[in-house]
Design a binder for this molecule. Structure first.
Ligand code: RIB
Ligand code: CA
Length: 313
């Protein structure tokens, strides 16, 4: 069976980096036809730099990487250096990349690719704010029906917010973009904090990364050593939630996850709850379902898969 073509839209970010590494370590199942970068965890010039560092760490300087939007639709950019460090990829010391960015804008790459590839053959994996995706859908609505599916990390229901009391970071940074994507009718699977907060990098799991003894294994362990401070201090948890790699793992092993097909709307008016994913988990409204909203993960199975694949790089 041919590998699934995917475009990863990302704001690396240590967890984004691990999601990219997991995808590149799985060429039988996944063909990464492009990586589009967006401003989020850190400004765009750093997310594009970090994406190139990660691809070179994986030994894949051939991957096409595109710069996208440097700010949300109609709001000021909110970044997360308090979580990811000033570089966005604090932890390991990775060499300056030699690979260059593609000249084409990420939005135009998304549009062109979806128009050229046969309908229903390209999956989009957003790991950051949805600005690039929303802008592509607004500029070229004809591509929406050509997307195979979107599997994104973002939102929360039972876990509520991680950047505000009500909202998860990716959705909060660009609520208008999220509204466009969630209302687009595209086949949508959401990996929210309800899942990722059950995928904690405990010491034993991080030691397993380090024990790989490879540049990738050691770098991932160093990323987690840095990345985990914020969540362990805030939640008192035994490790950092490995958010974005859950998206890649869902594509590789969907049996590790479960959820419900429900309606999810985005708060775009109230500043108090701006960016909240209003998930009709108990189906108390007549709003039509639009999202496979995941809420369970086999965490041991996830980390076994992740460690086994990272060992291949
Ligand atoms: O809320 C977690 C999400 O925000 C992750 O994608 C992390 O990388 C940040 O972008
Ligand atoms: Ca991210």
């Amino acid at each position: 069976m041919a590998p699934r073509k995917i475009i990863i839209d990302t704001d690396p970010g240590q967890d984004d980096a691990v999601a990219i590494l997991l995808a590149l370590a799985s060429p039988v199942e996944l063909d990464v036809i492009g990586i589009t970068c967006v401003a989020g965890n850190v400004p765009l010039h750093l997310t594009t730099l970090n994406a190139r560092k990660v691809c070179e760490l994986a030994g894949r300087p051939d991957i096409s990487i595109f710069a996208g939007c440097d700010r949300p639709l109609g709001r000021d950019l909110v970044t997360a250096e308090h979580v990811h460090g000033k570089t966005g990829l604090d932890g390991p010391t990775l060499p300056e990349p030699r690979m260059t960015l593609q000249a084409q804008h990420a939005i135009d790459f998304l549009i062109e690719t979806l128009r050229v590839e046969p309908p229903g053959t390209v999956t989009i994996c957003p790991l950051g704010p949805l600005t690039n995706i929303a802008m592509a859908f607004e500029k070229a609505p004809d591509i929406i029906s050509r997307v195979q599916e979107i599997v994104l990390m973002g939102g929360a229901y039972f876990e509520v917010g991680n950047i505000t009391p009500a909202a998860e970071f990716n959705i909060f940074v660009d609520p208008q973009a999220a509204h466009i994507v969630f209302r687009s009718g595209v086949p949508l699977t959401v990996v929210p904090l309800d899942v990722t907060h059950k995928a904690l990098v405990t010491k034993a799991r991080n030691d397993a990364f380090r024990a790989l003894g490879t540049p990738v294994g050691i770098a991932v362990a160093q990323m987690t050593d840095f990345f985990e401070r914020f969540d362990k201090e805030k939640y008192g948890s035994p490790g950092a939630p490995l958010h974005d790699p859950c998206v890649t793992a869902f594509l590789l092993a969907p049996h590790l996850f479960s959820g419900r097909f429900i309606n999810v709307e985005i708060e775009t008016h109230s500043e108090l709850t701006m960016g909240m994913t209003v998930a009709d988990w108990w189906r108390v409204t007549s709003r039509p379902p639009n999202t496979l909203f995941l809420n369970q993960i086999d965490a041991d199975g996830f980390f076994d898969l992740l460690t086994e694949r990272l060992a291949k790089l």
